[in-house]
Design a protein around this ligand. Structure first.
Ligand code: ADP
Ligand code: MG
Length: 543
């Protein structure tokens, strides 16, 4: 059978093959199914509705929130011989009427509109009179309150489609991967039994590492020193930290830059320019840095702190290696990062449901920092990809040559302690009881009877806590939601207790080395509070 899709791809777009996932999505649409596709930015979502638009008879209407990009996209399509137009508020009424008239005559294969257009009677008439075969909703997360840029006019889309005399095929595209957002899109757009595709999240040229228990400033300075010829980004969670690392790098004679919301507009655009033109080779920045960064030769992205969720992490880390060359993404984890992120949620989010949502996302991030499974697999599975290989052979977990230990007995001790403490306490208290501590908190909760002797002698409280986190990350235990989560058991915990399942892990003895004084944490939280008040880092749905 002739492959229409491939012909269109070659003839108009000049590409020889589809990227991962594109063909499945296109086939699903061409078979007449409602379809939802989740692919990261840059994966090539546009092609997934442009190719069907050319293969189907009639018109494809594309709903897109970005008026500023519509003209560019339409110009590009016309250049490659795909007749298209856009209808939006930048046009005069006369122009709109003319374009709709021509569209009705099928002078165009694709018509781009902003969702606001669905309020216009003229446009709704057009939809009913023209032969519309496909409606493609780009940036479909805008329909969801859980998404990061909710657009009220997106909620009109389903009503508009319901009111049509003939229902076209409907397909939705987004890069936002949480299941909350995905379910919302399906529900609010009233997709009919849609086929779902999630793909293209893998970035094969990136190497992922999580490093725990390092002095991060020293690590970063050494790394930059050893990679002087390379360009990189260092992300920090506070401006203070950005400044301190920046100064350290400058003092060591590196061509470093700094970027955060506390700088003036001029300072920031200067830094951005210096970075783009390779006047500096490393930039230390808060998450204010990134929007619109399209530098292709970034060889490393180091996170000085754990970000607030996997989506932020992958987006920031993903700024490495856009040119397809091998690049490194290193996350430096310190247990106090958990504290700062929780503090941040408490300070900035006041809606109860939203708070739980953010805590859940934070926990996924924490689990990533502790997992004994392949990091690439963890990322891809987080983003919903299926049938991922167990080992990528190219992340800090896979590369770790040190053999994992059989820690089944240790895990059994911990799990039985969780059981005896009736699944009511957090990791620290469990660790203290396991060490036989009789501190105030242990006494206050009446746990001194349980804590009569040290059940685990060979590890410190900090180390035991770390091991508990690892057991949680790999699903041998679970953590309840919220600011003060408690450790609970699941079916797997019981299998381990009964000896039905063994636990293998690499235990990082370094943990105890990081001085984690209360004062240090206090300083960080104080800085954060100051910075929060200037609204940096705060996602748009909160302000
Ligand atoms: P997204 O909307 O998913 O962010 P785009 O649709 O804007 O991504 O596509 C990103 C880039 O990838 C574009 O330059 C596009 O031409 C290119 N692209 C898409 N599909 C292919 C393909 N099969 N082969 C090569 N390049 C492709
Ligand atoms: Mg796009």
């Amino acid at each position: 059978m002739m492959d229409i899709q491939k012909n269109i791809l070659k003839k108009y777009f000049g590409y020889d093959r589809f990227r991962k996932g594109q063909e499945e999505v296109i086939n699903s649409i061409l078979q007449g199914n409602d379809t939802i596709a989740i692919m990261p930015t840059g994966a090539g979502k546009s092609l997934c509705y442009q190719v069907p638009a050319m293969a189907l008879s009639g018109i494809t209407v594309v709903i897109s929130p970005l008026i500023s990009l519509m003209k560019d996209q339409v110009d590009t399509l016309n250049e490659i011989g795909i007749k298209s137009t856009y209808i939006n508020s930048t046009l005069t009424n006369l122009e709109i009427t003319e374009r709709l008239f021509d569209a009705k005559d099928e002078e165009y294969k694709l018509v781009y509109v902003a969702p606001e257009r669905l309020n216009s009677g003229e446009f709704l008439n057009f939809l009913n009179e023209a032969k519309v075969s496909l409606i493609a909703i780009d940036e479909a997360h805008c329909v969801s309150q859980w998404g990061h840029d909710f657009r009220p006019s997106y909620t009109r889309i389903s009503q508009t489609i319901e009111n049509l005399n003939e229902r076209p095929i409907v397909c939705a595209f987004t890069a936002t991967a949480t299941s909350e957002v995905k379910d919302d899109i399906k529900k609010l757009l009233k997709l009919r039994d849609p086929n779902e595709y999630i793909s293209g999240f893998d970035r094969e040229n990136l190497t992922f590492s999580v490093i725990r228990g390092e002095n991060t400033k020293k690590f970063i300075c050494d790394f930059v020193e050893n990679n002087k010829e390379q360009t990189g980004i260092v992300y920090t969670s506070t401006r203070k930290a950005a400044e301190s690392i920046y100064e350290a790098l400058i003092n060591k004679g590196h061509r470093a830059g700094i970027y955060h919301a506390g700088l003036t507009d001029e300072q920031r655009s200067k830094m951005q320019e210096d970075f783009s033109y390779d006047n500096i080779n490393v930039i230390v920045a808060t998450n204010a840095f990134g929007m619109g960064i399209d530098k292709s030769n970034v060889r490393y992205v180091i996170h000085n702190n754990m970000p607030k969720n996997m989506e932020s992490y992958y987006q920031e880390a993903g700024r490495a290696g856009r040119d397809g060359e091998k690049s490194e993404c290193i996350l430096l984890f310190n247990p106090r990062d958990t504290q700062t992120q929780k503090f941040f949620i408490e300070e900035t989010i006041h809606n109860v449901e939203r708070k739980e949502y953010e805590y859940r996302r934070l926990q996924d991030m924490i689990d990533y920092c502790h997992t004994s499974n392949c990091l690439r697999k963890s990322i891809l599975e987080y983003f919903g990809e299926e049938n991922v290989d167990d080992k990528c052979g190219n992340c800090s977990v896979c590369n770790d040559n040190e053999e994992k230990e059989d820690i089944t007995v240790l895990a059994q001790k911990i799990i039985s302690c969780v059981y005896r403490m009736q699944e009511k306490y957090g990791a620290i208290l469990i660790a203290e009881v396991l060490r036989g501590s009789k501190n105030q908190k242990v006494l206050k909760f009446g746990l001194d009877k349980l804590s009569t002797y040290s059940i685990i002698k060979e590890y410190t409280v900090k180390e035991i806590q770390e091991i508990i986190n690892k057991l949680i990350a790999d699903d041998y235990l679970v953590l309840s939601q919220g600011q003060y989560p408690v450790v609970k058991m699941n079916k797997r915990s019981i299998d381990v207790l009964k000896g039905k399942e063994q636990v293998f892990m690499k235990i990082n003895k370094k943990v105890k080395k990081i001085a984690n004084t209360g004062n240090e944490l206090f300083d960080i939280l104080r800085d954060l509070r100051k910075e929060i008040s200037t609204k940096e880092n705060i996602p748009p749905y909160i302000v």
